[in-house]
Design a protein around this ligand. Structure first.
Ligand code: ZN
Length: 133
């Protein structure tokens, strides 16, 4: 694994939170993207080398909708950049971690992503992401 690629924050209302985070960072989001297959709308902020992804559910029953229901708004996941997501999935499975999707799926921001189940990672949902060229 390389650096932290971004931190994902679950929000109830993307528009409201876009204003909030624009105030925090002193600049607007640089991208809004909907991932229809995941039932989520995302926006991205950059502050220096750091990236924040805001996630709002677009349909009931989606991962973010369930998260908000259970825990309310807040940090949802930490994403790590990897060079070879398939190799990392294989390695982490061998280490005994529960990989939620063993076949990488298309995420926001031009990435292939896979998640580690928080039950096997001290309650932290970890996203692996590989940039797709
Ligand atoms: Zn993410």
């Amino acid at each position: 694994m390389k650096k932290i690629e971004h931190i994902g924050i679950a929000v109830k209302d993307l528009e409201t939170s876009n204003h909030l985070f624009a105030s925090i960072f002193g600049k607007e989001h640089y991208k809004i993207e909907e991932v229809i297959s995941e039932g989520v709308k995302t926006s991205f902020f950059k502050s220096g080398p750091n990236k924040i992804e805001l996630l709002q559910a677009t349909k009931p029953g989606s991962a973010i909708a369930k998260f908000i229901e259970k825990k309310g708004e807040g940090i949802h996941h930490i994403a790590f950049a990897v060079d070879d997501i398939k190799a990392e999935i294989k390695r982490l499975k061998k280490e005994g971690f529960t990989v939620l999707n063993t076949i990488p799926k298309k995420g926001a921001d031009n990435k292939l992503v896979a998640f580690l189940h928080p039950k096997s990672t001290n309650g932290v949902l970890i996203e692996l992401c590989q940039e797709v060229s």
